[in-house]
Design a protein around this ligand. Sequence first.
Ligand code: SAH
Length: 208
Amino acid sequence: MQSTTAQQLVTQLQHLGITDDRVLAAIANVPRQYFVDEAIAHQAWENTALPIGFGQTISQPYIVALMTEELIRHSPQSVLEVGTGSGYQTAVLAQLIPHVFSVERIKSLQYQARRRLQRLDFHNVAMRHGDGWAGWKSKAPFDAIIVTAAAETIPASLLDQLADGGRMIIPVGEQNQELLLIEKIGNRTRKEVLGAVRFVPLIPGELI
Ligand code: SAH
């Protein structure tokens, strides 16, 4: 059996409604096989989530594309990503947004992601081992925030660190999760539900 290629994945994403050519090109340009274990590398271009160890997953390419498409509508100059994981979503963002900041609570995943991005020559990414629930205060405000793990509630610290006019994409909920798009307009926020999703939980506090 032949494995799915980058072009086939792009075609699938187009059929699912992804229209932004910049996003499709960014996805086609990231060798997803580098972000998973060699044993499952043949599945890397499939439109599915895959395990990355520690009970975590690299997100489904369609979800990565959807979140990225919504996030870059206002041409953000900076983005905070909470939940680096494999660094795959980070690599997609790094091609579209000038300054990328990414926080991960599992040291070993953070270390591997950093090495992958260095190897692929992405130099506009700053990474940190830390609790993303608290954001990254010294680098705030961010024009965009993307959370790649499901939060029980919207973390107030992340809303604080979002720039005026900025956009945050975050899955919220436990069993039934919704992907929310939150826009900050002065002291107000506008919320839109983008759809039902299934992410691993965002775990506040303790690091490993
Ligand atoms: N975007 C990732 C998806 C990773 S899964 C990718 O493309 O591979 C979600 C990640 O969020 C996991 O690696 C998990 O360890 C991390 N995470 C969960 N709670 C966190 C927290 N409070 N702070 C930072 N990272 C967290």
